[in-house]
Structure formats: C-alpha cells, structure tokens
Design a protein around this ligand. Structure first.
Ligand SMILES: Cc1ncc(C[n+]2csc(CCOP(=O)(O)OP(=O)(O)O)c2C)c(N)n1
Ligand SMILES: [Mg+2]
Length: 595
C-alpha cells in the first residue's frame, strides 16, 4: 500500500474505487443503505464535500450531501428519514461543538431506537505539516476534547474514533450492522481529518453492511406461544397494549390478524405511542377495557403501559410482556410485573401466537369471540358519532377551537400521507381525528425532546418524496427546533412539507402544569404565568416566508379548511407551507369552558 502497510483482506469482500479513506467511508455508507448525509459545515469535514463530489462525478457509490444550516435540524432530518424508510441516515457536523448542537435529538434517537449514524469531525492532532490533514489553525487546539465520544456515549449503541489501524469501509459497515440490529439505535463516529485523508492507491476492499449481516429477531418458544394463546382464548376481557410496535411496520398486519382472530381490543398508550401501531379506524382500536378491568393483558413494546400504582391491573390478571428487550435494559426502572416475558419482536410474537391459537379454538370460543367483536363494533360506532358531534360543535366556536383544527387537518390527509406529531397538549385531538390506517403514516419523536418536528418533516419528505408529509406542532416545540433552517432546506431542495402550528402562545409545562402542581398557589390566584406564556407570539407565517416558504395565519373557524387547502396546494407545487392556527391560551380555554 502507498502508506507502506501490507494489505490484508477477506477474499469475499468487494473492491471499490478510493483515493483516500474518505472515499471508502462514503462508499460504505451508500452501500449500507444511507442515501442522505445531512451535512453542516465545519473546517474538519471538507473531506465529505470532496469525496462525495468526486464520487458523483465518477459514478462511485456515495450518499447525497444535503446542506443543512443547523446541527439539530440535521439530526432530526436523519431521524425523520430513518423513520419513514426503515433504513439508516447519516449526519456530519463540526467536531465537539457541532455534536453539542445535535441537542435533544440525540435523546430522541436513543429512546426511539432509530438507526442513525451521527458523525463529527475530530480536531486534527498531527504536528503541522507532518501529514495530510495535520493541524493548521489555532482553533484545533481549542476544539480537541479529552474524549469526544463521551459526549453522546450513554445515548448510543456504539461510538468510535476512526484511527489509522482501521479499515474505514469496514468500520462504517460494522457501525451500521450494530445500529440496524434489534434493538436498533444510534451510533456515533468521529473522523479525524488525518484519518479521512490517508491515501489509498486506487481501490479498497471491505464488506458491506448486509455482507456483515443484520441479526434476524428471535422467534418465541412454541410452548410459550401456546401458553399465551390459551390465556387469550380463555380470557373474557383481554387487552393488547402497545406504544412502539409499529417501528417494525410488518407488525401492524400481524397484530391485526391476531386481534381479528381472537377479538382482541388494542389500546395505545397516548403519551408514549410514537407510531402507527394499529389501524385507528378498526373496530378493535380503542374499544377495549381499562387495564384495571382486563383479565389478560398482552403488552407489545410499551415501556410504561399504565401508570403505577393506580393504573395497574388487578391482582390475578395475567400479563405477558413482548419486547426484543423485555426487561427494558435501556430504562433505569421497570415497575410493571408480568407472568411471562418474551424477548422477541411484536411481529414475531403475534405471528407465533396466531399460529398456536388457530388450532385451539372451539366452536364456543368462536361464538364468545364474535359476540365480543360485535360489542366492540357497536362501541366504535358510538365513539365515531361522539367525536364527529364534538368536532362539529368545536367548529362553531369562536375563538378557534383546537379540536376543529385537528378535525380539518385529518380531512386533508390521504391514506398514504405521513403525519408527524409534535403537538403535545393537542396530540389527543390530533390522534382522535387523523384516521391513520396504514403502517408508517404516523410518528412522534420517539423521545421527549421538543423541537424535532420541522427537521424530522424535512427528512421524512427526503425519505418518502411520493407521500404528503404533514407536521402538527405546538408553537413552543416548533421554536425549539431551529425551524428557519428546516424551512430554508425544504424550499432550497424542493422537499416540501406542510406545517400546522397550534399557536396557543404558551407552553403547557408553564401553564396548565403549574396549575396542576400548585392549584391554590400564587401563580393561579394572580394569573401571572410569566415563564409559561409568550404573548404576543412570533409571527410564524412570516417565519416561513423569511425562509422562502409559504405562510398563513388563521383566526376564524371557517378559514381553517380553505387555508389548509391553499397551503397544501403550495406544497404540491414544491414549496413548504405553514399555517399558524391562532388559539386561546390554556388559561383562556379554562375561562371559555366555565362559560
Ligand atoms: C428540548 C425540550 N425542552 C423542554 C421540554 C419541556 N417541555 C415539555 S412540553 C413543553 C411545552 C411545549 O410547548 P408547545 O409546543 O407550545 O405545546 P403546548 O404545551 O402548548 O401544547 C415543554 C417546554 C422538552 N420536552 N424538550
Ligand atoms: Mg403552545
């Protein structure tokens, strides 16, 4: 080799063009399923720009380099991209300081188990002039931390500093293999400039991600599947609880098949349900008992299925917990007890239980199940009538009612539209009216860090350009996410998405939460909610316009549908659009409720 080391490789590995390590890095990313590198400028990462430009010119494999103006948006875009495609996405930021700017997205990536490859430059350490990429600026002394990976270590499955003894293409494949194997999760790579610029004489060899292989999730023990099937068949009031099983879109169909066979109602946990897990218009969706009234509970990938102790099931209720990591080792505490813990995916468990149950059902079981199903269908009809009536009533109210906004937003969603929900206190309204029936059409952030929405919507549209992407967001959370960067990027690349902002001029944490915490306190009595209210709010429509996008502000109920239509038209013509829905604050809402 040009650098005097002997070449050693496995004969099965492919051969790829490369002139320096950076070429191998970007080739391995693309071959590992990464189509987009969300890139924020930095002095130590010029190698990505050079090697990707070179690869595109020469027809070598490389992701597309997307110019992003803020690191938080870059990571959220990677999350949005990974969510809708099930494939990894990557980011590149400037050294330790860029890593800090990834911000709360790191938490969402970890809690949401998203396979993103977060990369950052690493200050060069080589003596000036001693090798390509060596130090040439005083700032490089300043931005070399003791251990850069430590910044994100507890939020990643693996982190690595690309060192001279590595095979760079292999290391990317290895990181992606780890990120993509269940339970999935983010990985972090720092690339010193000297490593990126190590010369390669024309070709390099490495295994791709899929040649290394991604582990297939395990299948439950057949005797366990039979036991669960028996318990479910015997139960009078069974209940399935899920939050995240839809992260694997295959599980939706498996869950529907099982639920239909056994007449099982499926409940999501509002706060932590961050996916489309079950078709929301299905008669078995949200028509079941409370956990306290159930006699058999099957938990599919839900970290907090009920709030202990009041929400816990009754003693004697059988509980089965299904998760690839059922004891939730990424969580410090787990306060729920179960009779059986199955370390498998929801899809595998549902399929195995279905197969076990089919041979067991007697005629009398089937009669009981179909009676139960009929009761659920009746309950669903009642629920549908109630929510329609409530929406129509909300539509008559002035000032604008958030329920009416959610209802009208639901109307513009096509079956394949992707809805991203960062609407926080209005999420219940959004969930009631979004009617998402297809896997992969509804997402929350995966964690609890606000500000994910605009970047994630951008990345989701990059990942699925054929679908409408709609973001429902709180006004506070929108501002946490450096939205101007996301909108600029959407306009620039013609990656258009629609944003609906619930402008209640406040944070529920600083308003209703304070009232709950101190119901008789000074804040409530004086009405001084300083810290929770930002009124008058920023002009969100102008914010969108400032970033070359379309913006509108809506105050009247009859304006909601036409404004959404106009904005959607802009989106279909290639321009991101935002509609700011002007709503009462929580304090104004409670006064309206008393009237
Ligand atoms: C990065 C981050 N900072 C702070 C919080 C705490 N927090 C949780 S909800 C919330 C309010 C969000 O406000 P908004 O988006 O306007 O939604 P609303 O409460 O009005 O429905 C805040 C600040 C958080 N979750 N994430
Ligand atoms: Mg708000």
């Amino acid at each position: 080799m040009a650098d005097g080391r002997s070449e050693a490789f496995d004969q099965r590995w492919g051969t790829y063009h490369a002139e320096e390590w950076a070429d191998a890095i970007v080739a391995s990313m693309k071959l590992g399923g990464i189509d987009n590198l969300y890139f924020v400028s930095g002095s130590e990462t010029a190698f990505y720009q050079e090697s990707i430009a070179k690869a595109h010119e020469r027809g070598w494999p490389a992701p597309r380099l997307v110019t992003v103006l803020h690191e938080g948006v870059a990571l959220n875009a990677a999350l949005g991209n990974a969510m809708v495609t099930g494939q990894p996405a990557a980011t590149s930021v400037h050294v330790d300081v860029g890593t800090f700017n990834y911000g709360g997205g790191i938490h969402n990536a970890w809690r949401g188990s998203y396979p993103v490859l977060m990369t950052a430059g690493n200050g060069p350490r080589a003596y000036p002039g001693s090798m390509p990429g060596a130090r040439n600026s005083a700032v490089q002394w300043i931005q070399e931390p003791r251990d850069q990976g430590e910044i994100v270590r507890q939020y990643t499955k693996m982190d690595h500093r690309m060192e001279h003894e590595d095979n760079p293409g292999y290391m990317i494949s290895r990181l992606l293999q780890v990120a993509m194997s269940e339970p999935r999760g983010p990985v972090y790579l720092t690339v010193p400039r000297e490593s990126a610029m190590i010369p390669i004489p024309g070709t390099t060899r490495f295994p791709t991600r899929d040649e290394l292989g991604i582990a297939r999730p395990a299948w439950p023990d057949p005797s366990d599947a039979r036991k669960v099937a028996e318990w479910l068949i015997k139960a009078d009031n069974p209940l399935v609880i899920t939050s995240n099983s839809g992260r694997n879109p295959e599980s939706v169909q498996e869950l529907v098949r099982l639920a239909e066979l056994l007449g099982l109602p499926v409940q999501e946990v509002g706060r932590s349900a961050d996916q489309m897990n079950f078709p929301t218009t299905h008669p078995l969706y949200r028509t079941g008992p409370n956990p306290q009234d159930a006699d058999m509970i099957l938990i599919f990938e839900s970290p907090v299925p009920y709030m202990p102790p009041a929400g816990n099931p009754r003693p004697g209720t059988k509980v089965v917990w299904v998760d690839v990591d059922p004891v939730m080792s990424r969580y410090k505490t787990l306060d729920t007890q179960a009779d059986l813990w199955l370390p498998v995916t929801a899809a595998a468990a549902a399929r195995a239980i279905y197969e076990a149950a089919t041979g067991m059902l007697t005629q009398s079981d089937m009669t009981r199940i179909s009676d139960r199903r009929a009761r659920m269908e009746e309950k669903k009809r009642e629920i549908n009538a109630t929510i329609e009536r409530q929406a129509q009533e909300a539509g008559k109210r002035k000032p604008l009612h958030p329920r009416w906004v959610a209802y009208q937003m639901g109307k513009i969603l096509e079956p394949d539209s992707i809805l991203l929900d960062d609407s926080l206190s209005n999420s219940r309204n959004v969930q009631t009216y979004h009617h998402r029936d297809k896997p992969g059409t509804y997402f929350k952030s995966g964690g609890s860090s606000g500000g994910w929405g605009s970047g994630a919507a951008l990345g989701a549209k990059f990942g699925k350009p054929e679908s409408d992407v709609v973001l429902a967001t709180g006004d506070g959370y929108l501002m946490f996410g450096s939205p101007i960067s996301a909108y600029w990027c959407g306009a620039h690349y013609k990656v258009p998405f629609l944003t609906v902002v619930f402008v209640n001029r406040s944070y529920s944490t600083g308003t209703s939460n304070v009232s709950h915490t101190y119901p008789d306190g000074v804040v409530v009595k004086s009405g001084n909610f300083e810290g929770g209210v930002f009124d008058p709010p920023p002009d969100f429509a102008k914010l969108a316009e400032a970033a070359n996008c379309y913006g509108e502000t809506v105050r009247e109920p009859e304006e909601v549908a036409p404004a959404l239509q106009r904005a959607l038209k802009q989106v279909h013509n290639g321009t991101p659009a935002l509609v700011a829905m002007m709503l009462p604050t929580p304090m104004e809402e409670s006064k309206l409720a008393k009237k």
